[in-house]
Design a protein around this ligand. Structure first.
Ligand code: FE2
Ligand code: FE2
Length: 318
């Protein structure tokens, strides 16, 4: 299996892969292709702003009998919620983990400069992705003339905060931050996939998502190789903890975020919204994400016994 080969990668090979990813970033990353003005794309009011198949309540009777106007407004808010969550993933989940590695790369690793480079490059990408999401939301707000949705309590973020609050040491907090980010950087490709491939939706929504998805293909490799390097220094207990964080992130990532939907439904006065919220509950499509995270766990060697480096990751954290 490919994962088995990756597990046995020597530090030098990981360093070479990280350098290759840096070289690819220079030629392929959206941030290096010049700022594109997505607002110049044609706006078609008859097109949906979001893929209906991603709605967690798409089969609910109240959704199915709703008017086309109501459905269209809902799909605009689906785009807003999707991008707000994306912005939180970029700024609250991925950015802190990149900063951890940049400011304090793993002690004992021969790949410190390469790790710092790929993490700085990822940070630049995430800043652009945040800009793309903000601009594309504001474009839809302006074109549709809909009210602003203010929502901050995404379950992924509140769960992350509570997990961090329960940590007893800085190394544990740091491992938690990296574990959630590492899983998120693998799962975000799945999160973006449907919208990135749906050419029936509003052009700006498709283009922004597909550009983002292309960058995230590389990020999943960046975080996987960084994880191989970091995990090399961990004890069996720490590796077990890291694996549990990665697995738990799937559930939170796939969360229906019904709090955000409740706020959107009330803005547009959607009929029978309470029934939709009640009946949808926590039923989500975790399965879509599970395969990816299982592959990540295999790829970074978490199913294999620990190979301990002389100076451990955690000891660098005190
Ligand atoms: Fe991103
Ligand atoms: Fe990313």
């Amino acid at each position: 299996m490919a994962g088995d080969n990756t597990v046995q990668l020597e530090e030098g090979s990981v360093g070479q892969m990280l350098s290759k990813l840096s070289a690819l970033w220079k030629s392929r990353a959206a941030v290096n292709a010049g700022m594109r003005d997505y607002s110049l794309l044609d706006f078609n009011p008859a097109k949906s702003d979001f893929s209906e198949e991603l709605l967690p309540f798409k089969h609910h009777p109240a959704w199915q009998v709703a008017s086309d106007e109501m459905k269209s407004k809902c799909l605009s808010y689906a785009w807003i919620i999707y991008n707000l969550k994306t912005i939180y993933i970029e700024s609250n989940v991925v950015t802190p983990a990149c900063e951890d590695v940049i400011k304090s790369p793993p002690v004992g690793s021969r790949n410190r400069p390469a790790l710092q480079s790929v993490m700085v490059e990822s940070l630049l990408d995430e800043a652009l992705h945040t800009k793309m999401s903000v601009d594309a939301c504001n474009y839809i707000y302006a074109m549709r003339g809909i009210e602003y949705l203010d929502f901050t309590d995404f379950n992924l973020v509140t769960w992350r905060n509570s997990l961090l609050a329960g940590c007893n040491a800085e190394w544990e907090r740091r491992l938690t931050r990296f574990g959630i980010a590492c899983a998120s950087e693998t799962l975000i490709t799945d999160y973006l996939k449907v919208m990135a491939e749906d050419r029936q939706i509003q052009s700006i929504c498709h283009e922004v998502t597909s550009t983002h998805a292309r960058d995230e293909w590389s990020h999943s490799s960046v975080f996987s190789f960084a994880a191989i390097d970091i995990l090399r220094g961990l004890s069996e207990r720490e590796r077990k903890y890291f694996k549990s964080v990665v697995l738990k992130t799937v559930e939170m990532f796939a969360n229906n975020e019904l709090g955000a939907w409740q706020a959107a439904f009330s803005l547009i006065k959607f009929p029978d919204a309470d029934a939709i919220i009640h009946d949808t509950g926590s039923s989500n499509e975790v399965g879509i994400y599970m395969d990816s995270v299982e592959r990540l766990i295999e790829r970074v060697g978490l199913n294999a016994p620990a190979v301990v480096r002389s100076q451990a990751f955690n000891t660098s954290m005190g």
